[in-house]
Design a protein around this ligand. Sequence first.
Ligand SMILES: [Zn+2]
Length: 550
Amino acid sequence: MQKSLFYFITFLVFTSCSSNETKFTEDDGLAVFNADSLKKHIAVLASDDFMGRKPFTEGETKTVAYLQEQFKQMGLEPGNGESFIQEVPMANILATAAPSMQVKSAKGNFNLKAFDDYIIWTDKTDSSISLNNSELVFAGYGVVAPEYNWNDYAGLDVKGKVVMVMVNDPGFWIGDTTLFKGKAMTYYGRWTYKFEEAARQGAKGCLIIHNTAAASYPFSVQQNSFNTTRLKLDNRGKNIPNCDVIGWVPEKISHQLFAAAGFDSSLLVKANQPGFKAVPLGLQLSTTMNVKASFNKSSNVVAKITGTKRPDEVIIYTAHWDHLGVGRPDQSGDSIYNGALDNASGTAGLLEMARAFKNMKSKPERTIVFLAVTAEEQGLLGSAYYAENPIYPVNKTVANINMDGLNRFGKTKDMVVVGQGQSELEDYLKEAIEKSGGYLSFDTHTEAGYYYRSDHFNFAKVGIPALFANNGVDVVGKGKEYGESLENEYTSKNYHQPSDNYDPITWTGDGAINDLKLLFTIGRRMGFENSFPVWKEGSEFKLIREKSKK
Ligand SMILES: [Zn+2]
């Protein structure tokens, strides 16, 4: 933020779409933001004492208590009736895989080694799961997308079989925007989708072929979660289909399997062609898993500031408080996945955001909600539960603004919107950032599908315009290359590793504060407006919103 005398002059802003003079001063709330206050919260949440903030651990207890305490101290109201808590019923599933998987082929049998050659788990709660000579079918991308005239399951019966599918979607490798969205990942490219579709098709198992470029992260990220507990929403009695066995194989293992079946890796290329037909490989897989399931409730923490004129209309800020807990140690012996950036920083930002709104001189006319959701790392579960069980009516929810990973270096000239062209919220942010002398950028790693990878996506799925804006990379005085190198370093060295630690020296806080102010500015604007921002033409969420508003 360019501090200038300008800000000492108070002037009134008249919001454009209202006839009544709703007003607040331009600096109202902005001066509250404070890097030391933000950093204090990050230091606590990312401390070893909070043990990586995994749901159902002491780390959760401490985190939830801390967030509630902070909201109370600031004088916020409970966001769920009398309570700051929305309980999220979940199943905690520990699937322990046998050390190997037997592969039978006409050419002979061999074993694959768990962890090195594949990782598997299950979302089911049955105590024992097995594959017994289950047929393996290569089903391309495992996608059924009528709007792209694409069906990898056409004419295929996969009941009782294991499908092996590629990550991402065909547009990724072809790069032709007439094929899906070209390089940009669609929801069809996400691993969650692959498992959901395989289950809908009645497959017994689904193995995704890992490729670092197409998945946008290395296989080791999957290995880190092998034979560890996983959380799901507790869907007992809800009749939601699940495969018995789901997991990943590195691409080289897919080559080995193709070779055993008398094919080669050119199948992976052929699967990019429209009209590709799935290939039964004539291989049979056998292995087992022991499953222990327990059921428990985790917590979303929710606080609010009731609007003065239209309290039933809400703007929801979100950040996931959870991370990965204690797990496999890294080379230095560190086994605590502190998740300082991911997402102690965003959670701290949520607290700082609440403090700023609470300390405004003019009180927002709409209700502002601060929702710290659980179990993002396990598949966006806390936000999924909220979206399925909303505390505030979906059609009166004006917008969601999500924070997942704040700027840990200096101020940037830009902020990066993920999911370009989705909603008018990006225009709000553009206006705000340009006013402050910066500019808006857009996510260039569209192949990674980040719009489907954090909690705002669950709000989008029910039609609520949702903004996900990350820190920029154009670091003031150091430039874009510098910022990009820091980003790449984080992705390769720290992302979901025990080394995602808080460093009070290098984490200056001023960049994060700058970004938080911008996200505050747009929420504040909506807090005084009468209108509802809308999805843009071409967004897959536009129709959902229009239906819910009727
Ligand atoms: Zn994460």
